[in-house]
Each structure stands twice: as C-alpha cells, then as structure tokens.
Design a protein around this ligand. Structure first.
Ligand SMILES: [Zn+2]
Length: 386
C-alpha cells in the first residue's frame, strides 16, 4: 500500500476507465459526475490519501459487490451514494462491523450506525416550507433560447373525390407548442381517423378535402397560405369544419379545502373538458347536428353555442363560407403540461365518432340547409340517436 490511507468511494454514474474524471454525459445525472470531480480534486490535495472510485453501474448487486471488495481491501473509510436504501443496508452494516467509517451521500440506508449522512433533510425542508421560509428563497434560472429564421412549413392535403366537385374542407393544424398533446395532436388524430373512415365509405356526395395545416403557431399560418395559393377554393366550398383541441382532460375542483378556507385542491378528471361550439352563420341545421354531440356521442360541449370560431379557421375567412368547430383551451394550453397523458383516449374516440356523424349528415344534406342563416325556418332531423 503506497498511500497512508485508502478511501473507497462507491458512486453510481458510469466511471471513466482507471477512475479518472467522469465527463458529463447525457445519460448520467450531472450531480453524480460532480461528486466524482469534487472528490478527486479534494483527494489530490492530500498526497497521503489514495482514492478508489468504483462505479455501481446503476445496479444494486454491482454496488454490493463493489463495497464487499472495498471491505476486503481494508479501506480506511468508505463513501457511498446508494442506488436504493434497503438493498445496500446489509453491505453497509458489514463495513461498519469491519470498523470502517461509512459516509452516506444523498440517499440513506436503513441503519444509523454510519459516521455521517450527507444529504437533504426533507423534514427540515418541509418545515421551512410551512414556516414560509421558502417564500424568501430566491432562485435564479438561466434559460438559453435561440431564434431560427428561414424555416418553412407546409400544408398536407388529401382529397376524397365526391359525386360533386363542391367540397367540404376538414382542417386540423399539425403543429404545436411543447408536446402539443391536445393542441393539436388531438385534432390531427381525428382528422386522420376521419380521412381513413371516409375513404372506405361509399363515395360521398361532396368532395372531402382534408387539410393538415402547417405554421399555426408560427408566421406560416397554413390556411391563410392555402387560401392565397388556391383562389379556386372560393368557388364551390360548402362548409369548413375545424378540428382543434378536441379532447383535453378536464381539471376540476378537488374535494379538499385549503387550510384557511381560501381555496380548493385541483384534480385531473378522467374525462375531457367541455368545448365551445361555434357556427359562423348560425345555421339552425348545423346547430341541430351539434346537439347530438353530447346527447348521442358523450362529447361535452357548452350548453350555449355561438358564432365565434377561434383558432385555425381565421385563415379561411376570406372564402366567406360557413365554418364550424368545437374548441377548448385547457389548463395546460400552450404549456409543457400539454402531453399525451392529458388527452383521454375515450375523449378522442367520442370526438372522432361524433365528427364522422356530423360530416356524413352535412355531406348528405341539401346545401341550402348549411347555407341557411339564423332564423331560417327549419324542421329538426329525426331526434333518435343514430
Ligand atoms: Zn390550436
């Protein structure tokens, strides 16, 4: 033994060969690499110390074997950052029984006979939080972002030719912020589902034009570009149906009242939030179809419907044809919480089934019913659900 003292350090990240400094890699936790760097730097200041770093490789068995080895080498002290508490308690106890002082880092073991535990105390942190101390804590975050220019976006268009060249446009924007689970993977999923469904049905009366529009969240704005590039769409477009944010998990008031009665907890529902229905020309026929959404397909909508069609339909306005949709911008709208998990599969299915019904009815109806504005005398279609 050359050095006066040997210190073993059992850590978790993949270790550079020969116990050198670990380079930061994506697949290791940087603070574990930092453990190694700091401890190597500190040991270098003490020539009497030999530092032996072993790498647990993210496996409890490997950590146990490493520590058994270090005990056999009769190290003078052992530092360990356990992968998990229970699995490492036995071998740590062995080291303690062998009179090796053990220093436990970050995650504890199920014995208190070690020399020292170094890590965050969640009880103290909890007490500090409830005493309001954490409110006084200042945290500075640095975020690096980059603006990229010269990017392009495109519209994807698929058409099912109908018996007539007159068309119904079904639109869904294909881009999103963050993961865009609801805004607008939900709308895009229903668009693709409808295109598949109608491709297998008998030829529709109208030509169905499915548009996956690009650039909704950027300067591209798909429908605006589409309409500008295809002035012929002004002729023969009967109706535009938009699919946007169609199935978003509802966030509802929970059962637990906050301690000083100032509010409630919040819970994620297993079903989707209600959506606002808009029909630009207030066609009584289209409103009548929308009434089936909740009653026949379990699609939650607001009780009152209006003329507002916010979202991607704005770009189609120059066509001056009836436009309709349901839309809801939920709690995690345009935020990192808009993930796949926030979109209930059942909600997607409900939306897809209803929109298939809606599109079939609109396709087969006399065009005058779609074009008829507010107040036009109208005989509701059969009340029974299909
Ligand atoms: Zn959207």
């Amino acid at each position: 033994m050359s050095a006066e003292h040997e210190i073993g350090f059992e850590n978790m990240p993949p270790n550079a060969a020969g116990g050198g400094v670990v380079e930061d890699k994506d697949d290791i936790e940087p603070w574990r690499a930092q453990f190694n760097k700091d401890i190597i730097a500190e040991a270098a200041k003490h020539p009497e110390i030999e530092l032996i770093i072993t790498d647990g490789e993210d496996k409890t068995e490997k950590q146990v074997a490493d520590v058994e080895n270090l005990i056999r080498q009769e190290v003078d002290a052992l530092l360990i950052s356990p992968k998990e508490s229970a699995g490492l308690t036995g071998v740590v106890t062995q080291a303690i029984d062998a009179k090796i002082p053990v220093f436990v880092l970050d995650r504890n073991v199920e014995t208190d006979k070690y020399a020292q535990f170094i890590g965050g105390d969640n009880t103290v942190i909890g007490k500090a939080a409830s005493a309001g101390l954490l409110d006084k804590l200042k945290i500075t975050l640095a975020l690096t972002s980059e603006t990229q220019g010269g990017l392009t976006s495109a519209n994807g268009v698929a058409t099912i030719p109908g018996r007539s060249a007159k068309r119904i446009i079904v639109n869904a924007h294909a881009d999103g912020f963050f993961q865009g689970g609801d805004d607008n993977a939900s709308g895009l999923a229903v668009l693709v589902g409808l295109a598949r469904y109608f491709a297998k049905q008998p030829q529709p009366a109208h030509t169905l034009m499915f548009v996956a529009s690009g650039g909704h969240h950027g300067p591209g704005n798909g429908p605006t570009s589409l309409v500008a590039a295809h002035p012929e769409l002004k002729d023969g477009t009967v109706l535009i149906l938009n699919l946007e944010h169609v199935a978003y998990a509802d966030i509802v008031r929970g059962k637990v009242r906050a301690p000083d009665n100032i509010g409630m907890t919040w819970e994620t529902s297993v079903t989707e939030a209600a959506k606002a229905v808009g029909v630009t020309n207030e066609s009584p026929f289209l409103f009548d179809l929308w009434k089936r959404a909740s009653r026949c397909y379990g699609v939650a909508t607001y009780q009152s419907a209006g003329t507002t069609v916010s979202g991607d339909l704005g770009g189609y306005r120059p066509l001056n044809v009836p436009m309709t949709q349901m839309i809801q911008s939920g709690t995690f709208y345009h935020a990192s919480g808009d993930v796949l998990e926030a979109v209930p599969a059942e909600g997607l299915e409900r939306a897809a089934r209803f929109h298939a019904f809606f599109l079939e009815q609109a396709d087969q109806a006399p065009e005058s019913l779609i074009a008829a504005g507010k107040g036009t005398p109208y005989q509701p279609i059969a009340k029974a659900c299909p």
